[in-house]
Design a protein around this ligand. Structure first.
Ligand code: PMP
Length: 357
């Protein structure tokens, strides 16, 4: 049998394993920060109708520029943004890949602050961008002074901030983004995949876009909108950034079906986003209950919680799985991450945690 080693694979990809959380058939799946609530029936019907209306024209390529969808996304974001400020792709992963293709690449570097979203270094790898691992404070926070100092030290072409941060849930103050913008020689990307779950008083970096053409904010419909299977991510930035990603995007990258489905979902955003408050209640309950039981728990502005477990986290992960609850081992010794879902899932998770006090 032919193995990877028999192929003329790029040297920097040798020995690597693909990204992927286990997709196991378990009763309670709280490992990938999805929205636990299925798409409500009226929205299912609206999406089905919108997709059906495209089917006859599938002989034609879709709108390459996704103008109608970008208008809907700009309307959702507000902040005075319009079509020229917004770009969309198949998940925010693809948006970030395009950004690294345009602004990173061979001979260039990207800096992130670990622990953060594990796809960021992998996207750097795939685009030939050198990766620099920045540090966070002991509480997983990042101060403006610390972030600026690390940017000064590495002089990266792209800085990736993640707020609220996966896997810690930590939101960044705008002072951190401002300090990084002032120090960074290149682009500053703020990954706001979980923005809709932030607690009151946590501002979005969208408000910093005017006057900062090197700032890019990425968002997704995978989390708050419960549209992970639809694959729709997007960015907001200066129109010149949108021009830049068009140099690297594949033509017709966003299918007519995706565009239609996402537009129908956005038209029903009130129904879809109605779950956000319930999820935030589950999150706050998990934080409070685990702290009451003596676990260390990171403050969370997202739809998940990072918590400490006694002993090896791999053993704890297996204990939870044996009790029918799948959580995420993000590779942080002594910590696990759980997605906040329905009240029933939260009950099941907290019950499964009993032996891990
Ligand atoms: N950014 C962060 C911080 C994430 O946690 C995720 C999903 N796990 C993504 C981006 C990617 O989401 P998607 O490609 O589904 O938009």
């Amino acid at each position: 049998m032919t193995g990877l080693d028999d192929l003329p694979l790029r040297d920097d990809l040798r020995g690597r394993v693909p990204y992927g959380a286990p997709q196991l058939d378990v009763a309670v799946r709280l490992n990938t920060n999805e929205n636990s609530y299925p798409v409500p029936e009226p929205v299912v019907e609206a999406i089905a109708k919108a997709v059906a209306a495209e089917l006859r024209d599938l002989n034609r390529y879709p709108d390459r520029d996704a103008l109608a969808l970008r208008a809907d996304l700009a309307d959702y974001l507000g902040h005075g943004l319009g079509v020229p400020n917004v770009w969309a792709a198949n998940g925010s992963n693809e948006v970030q890949q395009q950004l690294l293709q345009a602004f990173g690449g061979p001979g260039r570097t990207a800096l992130g602050f670990t622990p953060a979203y594990s796809m960021h270094p992998l996207l750097a790898l795939g685009t030939g961008t050198g990766w620099r691992d920045g540090r966070r404070g002991a509480d997983f926070g990042l101060t403006a002074a610390d972030a600026a100092a690390q940017v000064r030290e590495h002089r990266p072409d792209v800085v990736i901030l993640c707020s609220p941060n996966n896997p810690t849930g930590t939101a960044l103050g705008l002072d951190v983004v401002t300090a990084v913008l002032a120090e960074a020689p290149g682009m500053v990307l703020v990954d706001e995949a979980y923005a809709e779950f932030a607690r009151p008083g946590t501002p979005s970096a969208l408000s910093l876009l005017p006057g900062h053409p090197r700032l890019v904010v990425t968002r997704t419909m995978s989390k708050a909108f419960g549209f992970a299977g639809g694959r729709l991510g997007y960015l907001a930035a200066d129109p010149a950034v949108v021009d830049a990603v068009q140099l690297v995007r594949l033509p017709y990258h966003l299918s007519a079906l995706t565009q239609a489905a996402a537009r129908a979902a956005l038209a029903h955003r009130d129904a879809l986003l109605a779950t956000v408050e319930v999820v935030k209640t589950s999150r706050d309950r998990i934080v409070a209950e685990l702290r009451a039981r003596g676990h260390a728990v990171a403050d969370s502005d997202a739809n998940f919680v990072l918590f400490s477990v006694p002993g090896d986290q791999r053993t704890a992960w297996q204990t939870l799985l044996d009790r029918g609850v799948l959580v995420r081992d993000v590779g942080l010794p002594g910590w696990l991450r759980v997605t906040a879902g329905t009240p029933a899932e939260t009950d099941a998770f907290l019950a499964a945690m009993e032996p891990l006090r």
